[in-house]
Write a protein that binds this ligand. Structure first.
Ligand code: GRF
Length: 194
């Protein structure tokens, strides 16, 4: 069993899917903490629902990343929780040296496109604007570049005639909820831990 820490900023549907997979015995992990940089983020309530310790981490004054001292606090919180793998689930800030050095190749992210296509925000809108017929979901290791790093698992999602940003995003999220637990299981196997 692998101890994981989950970090996110928003509604937490991927966090819920992962916690449910653990509860259902499909993923051999223990979520030891859920941390959010957003005080009212539903992801913290979801953690509470599943009995997982959770905490708000005030992010400081920067908009797209944590203040360095705050990022050190994040490292400490995750270490105190015994996290071996850090799972980003809708975390809207870019991680820098403190986290990348503390958890080398142990931080995982999910992104709503087939990377390397459409990194960045609202990737489903980028795919629609490009008139593509397919987009998808990528689970990858986090490195110093945004939405970049070795790919663990990808799955395609069709773009249907008449799709709106909302309908496409919903179809992508349904796939995310399947793919993230599967990808984590693969990571644990690669670690020789399940
Ligand atoms: C997901 O679409 C994920 O791909 C992106 O942020 C979103 C998080 O959604 N990184 P949720 O908070 O898990 O519902």
């Amino acid at each position: 069993m692998v101890n994981i820490g989950i970090v996110g900023s928003g509604k937490g549907s991927n966090c819920r899917a992962i916690l449910q997979s653990i509860r259902d015995g499909k993923l051999d992990a223990k979520a030891t903490v859920v941390i959010s940089d957003v005080l009212e983020a539903p992801i913290l309530q979801i953690a509470g629902e599943f009995g997982v310790p959770n905490a708000y981490l005030p992010p400081g004054h920067f908009r797209t990343r944590l203040e360095p001292i705050v990022e050190e606090q994040l490292v400490e919180m995750l270490r105190n929780a015994g996290a071996e793998v850090v799972v980003l689930a809708g975390f809207m800030r870019v991680l820098k040296e403190p986290m990348l050095e503390a958890f080398p190749r142990q931080i995982i992210n999910i992104h709503p496109s087939l990377l390397p296509k459409f990194p960045g925000l609202e990737a489903w809108k980028q795919a629609l604007a490009a008139n593509d017929k397919w987009t998808g979901v990528t689970v990858h290791y986090v490195d110093a570049q945004v939405d970049h790093g070795d790919i663990i698992l990808q799955r395609e999602v069709p773009i249907l005639p008449g799709d709106t940003p909302e309908s496409l995003h919903a179809r992508i999220q349904a796939v995310e909820h399947e793919l993230y637990p599967e990808a984590l299981a693969q990571v644990f196997r690669d670690m020789g831990r399940s």
